[in-house]
Design a protein around this ligand. Structure first.
Ligand SMILES: *Cc1c(COP(=O)(O)O)cnc(C)c1O
Length: 398
């Protein structure tokens, strides 16, 4: 499989190149030149397959057989990168900006992976204590920078580093954000898996996806293009509503990100939107046909968490609640009778404080999280100025 840049369809590169570069040389995003179709029989056979088997059957269309949401994709990506750098004497440095969950997934997914160094940037005081502990308590090949700024500042620093000729000449840099195609592809697996677990009615389904950078949703659209019978995707955002506004008005206006309780989705300029435009030929009508976008307020998120807990004794984290309410809104507005599947994107314990406050229910931390909390924060504080970040990279990376 070859990959092209969204800025120039004519130049194609290998998967290896796309994964190790992250961003294309012309700053476009990589996309597969064609999306393989799975045979019809795959969908009936998938009912008897394990998750691993489904993932393998989907993945092998993009790669040779290698082989929870962001953790899952990060593990997949770290193994793939480690395989590609195995014969190199230079160290690969991964730069990643995080608003919360990406950072911990990448830190843990790449911890102790040979030949790879990871530098994680997160916005100071804008992630939960637990997220911070998960991101910033590892040592070894993981370096963590606490940036005095917003998530958008972190993302800007990373993008600027990729475009900086001095850094490009001296260092071998790549990204592990959802701009990297290696994270996107595994994010299509669980759509197939979820479908395999529901009763075979011969009907299409609706998937609701709590969205920030829209990588997860892109994974779902990829699955649909491969043949998964999806009637509609619900793109559910929090108050960061650039996409719902775009679908209703036709105007795309990136905004500075706003803080919400579903902070892993506080994204004011979702970078994967370039891929979604690509998948629908830049045609707004087609996008509207496939995607129902909805923005959920803080108040509604709280109400939903509370209501679901009272009604079903199920504890949702705030991100999951945004997706769930998005699905309910879509089904009731359209009277659509198809089966709805809502993606749950985080364990509620990751947002313990707020979840306990809203539901009144106390949550025990899973052991892995409890261990992280006891460790000391190793992050290094930096300003949001590029010059300082660049200097830091030169000093730290060889
Ligand atoms: C990253 C994340 C999302 C949003 O996923 P995108 O691919 O950025 O749209 C939703 N929920 C949680 C918990 C996340 O960590």
């Amino acid at each position: 499989m070859k990959f092209y840049s969204t800025k120039d369809r004519t130049k194609t590169v290998s998967l290896e190149y796309a994964v190790l570069r992250g961003l294309a040389d012309d700053c476009g995003l990589f996309m597969p030149v064609n999306i393989p179709q799975l045979p019809k029989q795959f969908f009936s056979e998938s009912r008897k397959m394990s998750f691993q088997e489904i993932a393998y059957r989907v993945a092998k269309n993009f790669f040779q057989p290698t082989l929870a949401f962001k953790d899952f994709a990060a593990r997949f990506m770290s193994q793939l990168m480690s395989y590609f750098v195995r014969n190199s004497d230079k160290e690969l440095t991964i730069l990643v900006a995080t608003s919360g969950d990406t950072g911990s997934a990448v830190a843990h997914g790449f911890y102790n992976i040979p030949g790879i160094k990871v530098i994680i940037l997160y916005p100071s005081k804008k992630v939960s204590l637990l997220q911070e502990k998960q991101i910033a308590t590892l040592d070894g090949n993981i370096t963590v920078l606490e940036i005095r700024g917003t998530f958008d500042d972190c993302q800007r620093l990373v993008k600027q580093a990729f475009m900086d000729p001095d850094l490009q000449n001296k260092l071998w840099l790549t990204s592990a954000n959802s701009i990297n195609i290696a994270r996107l592809i595994p994010q299509s697996f669980y759509y197939f898996y979820a479908f395999s677990k529901i009763e075979d009615s011969g009907k299409s389904v609706v998937f609701s996806v709590p969205s920030g950078n829209f990588g997860n949703l892109t994974g779902g659209i990829l699955a649909k293009k491969m043949g998964l019978p999806v009637d509609k995707f619900v793109a559910a955002t929090n108050a960061n509503d650039v996409i719902p506004k775009y679908l209703s008005s036709g105007r795309f206006h990136p905004q500075p990100s706003r803080r919400t309780i579903s902070n892993a989705m506080d994204v004011g300029n979702p970078s994967n939107w370039a891929r979604i435009l690509e998948l629908f030929d830049n045609d707004l009508q087609k996008i509207r046909q496939e995607i129902f976008a909805v923005s959920v307020s803080e108040e509604q998120t709280r109400e939903t968490m509370n209501h679901v807990f009272q009604q079903y004794s199920y504890i949702m984290d705030p991100h999951t609640a945004v997706g769930y309410l998005g699905l309910i809104k879509y089904l009731s507005e359209t009277q659509n009778q198809t089966c709805g599947i809502s993606l749950s994107t985080a364990h509620p314990a990751k947002f313990k404080d707020i979840v306990e406050k809203i539901t009144g229910q106390s949550i025990t931390l899973p052991e892995r999280l409890a261990t992280c909390l006891k460790k000391k924060n190793r992050s290094i504080v930096l300003s949001k100025e590029f010059a300082g970040f660049k200097e830091f990279l030169f000093e730290t990376v060889r």
